[in-house]
Design a binder for this molecule. Structure first.
Ligand code: ADP
Length: 525
């Protein structure tokens, strides 16, 4: 009895356990289905299941958003409803053939197709399909992603790349780019037209073939120094132009493109043909130099009387000394010591006269400008010697305030003399009419606050007057026989050496002309 009871209890226990297991299984299944449903419903891609006849079994929420149908509207409808007409045939062939033969003809993962919205609008999609067997039937589930926005962005990017490429190819400028290591990786059509090289030939260091052999080493060194330093590139070189097989001066410039960490990822550069500009520049410089020389000759003409006096003085002394010696010789009274002194003076005076002539010849000689390191105080002294007689003749008091420890300037000596002489003669001319106060010319040299050498020439003349701002204009003159070239030429000469020239009123009377020149150390060119 007890055993029977025991076995019944065991049976009951068993069925209770069965029920509990089943319930747990069911609840797990429900939980898992619920989870899957949640995933499918919240997915941003359309999820659509179809049976083996192509009829829609299920469509998620996103399918509605993407295709514009209510999910219930789609159930039972053929999948082809979501395709444009021309795609339907393709689908029938691919999918239908698969159902009939089991052979896949299309890639079911990530295939790009065109889909159709309910409103008739076609749009690009990317689809992935999977299949499973349910109740002996195949069920296909597709994940469909609307790629319209991505495609639009891609198209936009492609269009902007195309525009950029068209721009670089049509711009009337030679453009190139290089990899971070300096190897050329692109040259636009202008470069190819100019050099006659093909797109392949210019790659790497191929473009070097067009550089004049005297410039190749310098250019290669400059480019590799730029690539290793990351500094902007600028270099002038002669490039062989294919059109007429001539070497022409060009300038190439480039800047690096860096990533966020500052690493160079690319170089972008231009090439400009400067040949015509350079030739015009040279012609202009020659004309300016010629004009400056004519102006010097004119000044010398004005100073002719002073120069004659300057040369005459030592010549007179030579003649006097010679005559005295002859007289003493005739009287048999020539002491060798007296003769020695007289001859020494003759030599010294002869040297003085020839120095004056040499200075004048150097001043009017046709010679190309040559920059050397100069002591400006020394140059001022030389010019004061040239103008010495003129100053003396017009009773002008000269005062020099030189800073002895001035840095040297890098300039052309004759050009500097010309500027100083112009300014001094102008000062003299402005004081000639002044009779009521002393005529004083003061020359000062010092270093200004920027470290440049500054020269000031002050006079006590008539002053600048109402037309002060026109002084430096070519042909402006207030003098009866003036040419109005002196100040214009002086300014261009000073600016040509990297300096500035300007004028202010002097106190209480007269004018001050100032000019600066960079100290030699700061202007090594
Ligand atoms: P030019 O001496 O042949 O007139 P410049 O170019 O040297 O030509 O000078 C132009 C004009 O500037 C002069 O005619 C004069 O009016 C004025 N000028 C130049 N220097 C002085 C000065 N130190 N004081 C007053 N005016 C001056």
């Amino acid at each position: 009895m007890a055993n029977r009871m025991k076995s019944s209890i065991n049976k009951i226990d068993g069925s209770v356990a069965d029920i509990t297991d089943r319930k747990q299984e069911e609840s797990e299944l429900r939980y898992s289905e619920e989870r899957h449903r949640l995933v499918v419903e919240t997915a941003t891609d359309a999820v659509i299941s179809i049976d083996d006849s192509g009829a829609i079994l299920f469509a998620n929420h996103a399918a509605m958003r993407i295709f514009g149908y209510d999910p219930t509207e789609l159930i039972g409808k053929p999948l082809t409803i979501l395709m444009p007409e021309y795609m339907r045939k393709l689908h029938e062939n691919g999918f239908g053939r698969y159902l009939a033969t089991g052979q896949r003809h299309i890639n079911w993962q990530g295939t790009e197709l065109t889909a159709l919205r309910k409103n008739g609008q076609e749009f690009p999609v990317e689809i992935s399909f999977g299949e499973l067997i349910r109740g002996g039937h195949k069920v296909f589930t597709g994940f469909i992603r609307d790629t319209s926005e991505r495609k639009q962005a891609e198209n936009k990017l492609r269009a902007s790349e195309r525009t950029l490429r068209e721009l670089t190819e049509t711009i009337p400028q030679m453009l190139w780019s290089a990899a971070a290591d300096g190897a050329i990786d692109y040259c636009n059509q202008r470069v190819l037209d100019y050099t006659g090289l093909s797109a392949e030939q210019v790659q790497g260091a191929g473009w070097m073939k067009t550089v004049h052999q005297d410039d190749v080493d310098k250019m290669a060194r400059a480019w590799s120094a730029t690539v290793s330093s990351g500094q902007p590139f600028q270099h002038e070189f002669r490039c062989l132009r294919a059109e007429d097989r001539t070497y022409r001066w060009c300038i190439s410039r480039a800047l690096p493109l860096r990533d966020e960490s500052g690493r160079i990822i690319k170089w972008f550069g231009t090439v400009v043909d400067l040949h015509d500009w350079k030739e015009a520049q040279q012609a202009l410089q020659m004309t300016q130099a010629e004009l400056a020389r004519v102006s010097r000759l004119t000044t010398m003409g004005e100073l002719a009387a002073s120069i004659a006096h300057e040369v005459n003085q030592p010549l007179t002394a030579v003649t006097n000394n010679g005559s005295a010696c002859l007289r003493l010789l005739a009287n048999h009274n020539l002491d060798p010591e007296v003769l020695r002194r007289a001859l020494e003076e003759i030599v010294a005076d002869g040297t003085r006269a020839s120095a004056v002539i040499a200075r004048i010849r150097a001043f009017i000689k046709k010679a190309p400008a040559e920059r050397t390191e100069l002591d400006i105080n020394e140059v001022i002294q030389e010019v004061l010697t040239l103008a010495g007689h003129e100053l003396h003749k017009n009773q002008i008091l000269v005062e020099c305030q030189f800073t002895r420890t001035l840095p040297l300037v890098r300039a052309d000596r004759v050009q500097l003399q010309q500027v100083l002489l112009n300014l001094i003669i102008n000062g003299i001319e402005a004081m000639i009419g002044v009779a009521v106060r002393p005529r004083a010319l003061s020359l000062e040299s010092r270093v200004d606050e920027s470290g440049n050498v500054l020269v000031a020439i002050r006079d006590s003349g008539t002053g600048l007057g109402p037309e002060a701002d026109r002084l430096f204009t070519t042909f402006f003159t207030t003098k009866a026989h003036g040419m109005g070239m002196g100040l214009a030429i002086s300014r261009s000469l000073i600016e040509g050496q990297g300096g500035r020239l300007w004028a202010t009123a002097n106190s209480p009377n007269g004018a001050v002309f100032w000019f600066t020149l960079p100290a030699a150390g700061e202007n090594p060119s």
